[in-house]
Design a protein around this ligand. Sequence first.
Ligand code: BGC
Length: 760
Amino acid sequence: MKRLFFLSALFALVCCSSPKSDMDRYVDDLMSRMTLDQKIGQLNLHSSPGFISAERVTEEDENTKMLREGMLGGIYGGSNTAVLKRAQEIAVEAGAGIPLIFGMDVIHGHETVFPIPLAMSTSWNIDKIERAARIAASEASAAGINWVFSPMVDICRDARWGRIAEGAGEDPYLGGEIAKAFVRGYQGTDGVFDTDEVMACVKHYALYGAAEGGRDYNSVFLSRQEAMNGYMVPYREAALAGAGSYMSSFNEFEGIPATMNKWLMDDVLRKMWGFDGFIVSDATAVVEEVAHGIGDLQEVSARSLQAGLDMDMNSDGFVGTLKQSLKEGRIKEADIDRACRRILEAKYKLGLFEDPFRYLDEGRRTERVFTLENRAFARELAGECQVLLKNDGVLPLKPGTRVAVVGPLADNASAMMGTWTTSSRRDETVTVRKGLAERTQTLYAEGSWLFRDKETEESVRYGMMKVFRPDFQAPGVHEVPQAVLIAEAVAKAMLSDVVIACVGEIAEMNGEGASRSDVSIPDAQVELLRALKATGKPVVMVLFTGRPLVLVDEDRDMNAILDVMALGTEGGRAIADVLFGDVNPSAKLTNSYPRSVGQLPLYYNHKNTGRPHGEYDAYKKFVSCYIDEVNGPLYPFGYGLSYTSFDYSAPRLSSSSVAMKGSVDVTVTVTNTGSRDGDETVQLYIHDVYATSTRPVKELRAFRKVHIPAGQSADVTFTLTADDLKYYNHELEYVCEPGDFEVMTGPNSRDVQTVLLTVK
Ligand code: BGC
């Protein structure tokens, strides 16, 4: 099929017309035959419980009726190939005969689940992230899905926001590199969609991660300049990498909801960055503009369309009101045509007009999905996504160590999966208990409740079920007394050489609609940790989380802390690989970990202020600091330990000055001073000393992950040009301003060495 497509593209080229103009002619012709209703129908996207779970599409199904009337452009949330196939048959038999696009939240893998995106980002391994996206695309497309609601590229500086778990952390440069990797992995790189490639949908556009106070869906208050420099880069990089679609976000920006924000969608995404795909709203985001206080459904639908939104997810605002708005002269037919064209173009690019069923081959599932190869890669990637935060020497464990594996998350498949898995095979997930039992002698104990408060535990565990299934009867919690659970854990600890304490957040404690005002390990689990410490046995804390947590007490009390977040299908084995030293940890944090909630928002690339204060200096009057806490994080951005140690030289420049059009090499020598081979991510930061606008104290501008055998050194060279030193100035021009720049290199954002570079 791909070859056919290529040949026809080549033929078109030989005939002096580009494939794009072929597409234009095709879409022109199609649209000339479409009725207004059919065009509006293309702008409508639905999910349907029927489509998610039904074995067949019934005549009574609401979506089926809409399909027959040509009122749906796509469906999301289904992965039953037979159901999707039937829906496609109805769509192509109806009205204008236009195939549906099938969307799905494929966030970190499909049936084979990879680490949550935040964990994936700690690998700093761009090639492996791209490969994970490629496997996810291959598995999802085998189920009939051709459009994935990923990558989520929202930058976040506030650990309170639950959706920080879905992104790549706080840094715009790293976020941009990861965004591109996801787009390449999903869509391929040759501009043609093969049947194991899917269209990316970059979300949430834009600035959703800056929700005030970290409360989900909350308003965003940022200057345009701060937005462009601190948050927009990953959205830009995804557009430049050719992402096919974007999803607008729930939040408002500058008093206008993002879903009707012309500046975001039209001026920046389309005009400034040249994005030519389509934009879909987030689920019900159009109708939510009513609650935002903009107008009734007709008003907000018209304004969203005019601002550049093309497809309405689950609000029925477009399909329900645009015709009336056209009659009343509130919108033009050209507005509808423009949006319809963009959606038809996406379908054309996906090859759906050539063959509406090209993704719907039921036989492919067995060949491609949840294969041993995919699972082996999931384990390999998960090995690179565990950040060793502390180690007093207890790790790695020696072969034959007797292990007490305890804690409410030690045998919890859902915690291992993490947030946003729609098609995972939960029963086949390897928990820590299972992963460790496969290689050593273990004793297991649940150890504690999740929360001391019963109501909190119930509402956290079952909150989602209660929303989607009002008749849901939650199973009981706290049935065994906490004291009994702890006593059992302590007894098993006493019979073991080392305790592996699996604590933190279950999947439901982060992700969408899961903001927290207290980002620490819940009280009941802290009680367990204290009891374990009191046994005198060495305690290794394996931390499950979807966000940075405050770990001041644990850093003091635990012998080692391994931050695994949520590692997916093969997590338990990958954790055992690291605990026993088969894999030397190399992950590094992509968010600053706070010392207290009061420090939030916390991020390394902050401004200096006119009264700066050292990150770890004590309180002093009349400078920018707190009475009761230092400014610096507990663990800085870029931080992570290894079983070996690395020594860094000062950075050396090939020349101390560089012309605007020139380039300069920055070299740093990194020596593995320990006794094990290891991987190290070498980081390069810059600081524009004087600029026409204030600039952050540090900004990541390059990094490289290198393998260095024990006792050996590696020279790591980065080439910098003026492009690497650019930023959006006050007029939002993307410029490099001449003058002095500090160039810093090191193992993390805190421990850097500096050299001065002059740009002429
Ligand atoms: C989320 C999106 C998601 C969409 C469809 C929304 O609630 O914000 O990230 O893609 O639902 O499932």
